[in-house]
Design a binder for this molecule. Structure first.
Ligand code: NDP
Ligand code: GDR
Length: 344
């Protein structure tokens, strides 16, 4: 039985990856942080809380000794580093914490691998945010980087350190440049889940109006459950490398909101411009969406679209779920949750 470490198991990807690995017969050490109230709702939603091969370990990515102990305790052969301060908006408010966790944190793990067992295979959760102000369309592995947030800059450092440990010490360090991926397990601070939850609440009479920021940003949104399999495939390859995982389709935030409203039976029409733009339900004439500038970012990533051809050729990975299916799945899940008073 292979053993893997998954850091950040309380997050969206950590939960899906843990399920994928457990189903594949792995023993999994999943890390969580000591906080005032540890939240394992995603693990519970996937029915993993009592899985005999899932071991939960208290861990902080910013702590080297904790990283060394984690590898010694688990005797893992694969380490998936999914832990991060992952919210772009917050990174503008907490740039130093973001640099510590998201930038330097992965180096603690790389150092621990070098010290404990250099044969361990390492996956780093890199991101399309590294492309930022994009230098080519669509983005591929060789597209130059230009991060536009403290989060993007921190991830870029961790990406290059992963490449550096690969080249300097022969460590199997894979870097997955993943474009936005979403699911019913997404955190509610992120756009797609904020929208699916907000539309569900409007549908059930629990919210009047959904307030959003920039509607013009374009994103390449895929389904998280499929992307975690891509992470695993990267660590099964013959050699460590860097791969883009994406759908090669981009839509605006506005289009996603329209789609989500439709999934709940509304027909949104957009009126006005910039900060005065509103989304109105054509049938009832009710305003369902308006802009609140507090959700704008100091610098925005305007357009992301990734071509995953290399992952398809080398790893046999490709996305299957369409954005319409994903959106429908998220809205339906949030309607059901809101009906039963679920609050995460
Ligand atoms: P989440 O924000 O849902 O999860 C992040 C996880 O990191 C949580 O479990 C969190 O724990 C943990 N964490 C945060 N700080 C620390 C720390 N100091 N020590 C240990 N653990 C910590 O992110 P996702 O699941 O969406 O993303 C997974 C990874 O992939 C992240 O690194 C993200 O930056 C990256 N990524 C995500 C993309 C996406 O579209 N989802 C796209 C590209 C990259 P806690 O619950 O305690 O906060
Ligand atoms: P992103 O995701 O910044 O792409 O990072 P997010 O869902 O937060 O934003 C997507 C786009 O929507 C715009 N937007 C809003 N965003 C949020 N969160 N809330 C709003 O009210 C709102 N209104 C408009 C944003 O400005 C942005 O353009 C995600 C994270 O998962 C990162 O960790 C990951 O690396 C990248 O995806 C790829």
């Amino acid at each position: 039985m292979k053993t893997a470490v998954v850091t950040g198991i309380t997050g969206q990807d950590g939960a899906y990856l843990a399920k994928f690995l457990l189903d594949a017969g792995y023993r999994v050490y999943g890390t969580f942080r000591r906080t005032s109230s540890v939240n394992l709702w995603r693990i519970e939603e996937l029915g993993l809380e009592n899985h005999p091969q899932l071991h939960l370990v208290e861990y902080d990515l910013t702590d080297l000794s904790s990283s060394i102990r984690l590898l010694e305790l688990s005797k893992a052969v694969e380490v998936y580093n999914l832990a991060a301060q992952s919210f772009v908006g917050v990174s503008f408010e907490q740039p130093i914490t973001t640099a510590d966790i998201t930038g330097i944190g992965p180096v603690n793990l790389l150092e621990a691998i070098r010290i404990v067992n250099p044969q361990i295979r390492f996956y780093q959760a890199s991101t399309s945010e590294m492309f930022g102000k994009v230098q080519a369309v669509p983005q591929v592995e060789s597209t130059p980087f230009y991060p536009r947030s403290p989060y993007g800059a921190a991830k870029l450092y961790a990406h290059w350190m992963t490449v550096n440990y690969r080249e300097s010490y022969n460590i199997f360090g894979a870097s997955g440049i993943l474009f936005n991926h979403e699911s019913p397990l997404r955190g509610r601070e992120f756009l797609t889940r904020k929208v699916s939850d907000g539309i569900a609440k409007i549908k059930l009479g629990k919210l009047d109006v959904l307030e959003l920021g920039n509607l013009d940003a374009k994103r390449d949104w895929g389904y998280a459950k499929e992307y975690v399999e891509g992470m695993w495939r990267m660590l099964q390859a013959d050699k460590p490398d860097t791969y883009v995982l994406a759908t090669n389709r981009t839509e605006t935030v506005r289009d996603f909101v329209t789609m989500a409203a439709q999934a709940a039976g509304f027909e949104l029409q957009w009126q006005g411009e910039a900060e005065n733009e509103i989304g109105v339900d054509r049938v009832s004439g009710r305003t369902l969406v308006r802009i609140n500038p507090k959700f704008y970012r100091p610098a925005e990533v305007d357009l992301l679209i990734g071509n995953p051809e290399k992952a398809k050729t080398d790893l046999g990975w490709e996305p299957k779920t369409t954005l319409e299916q994903l959106c429908q799945m998220m809205v339906e899940a949030d309607i059901k949750r809101n009906e039963r008073g679920f609050s995460f």
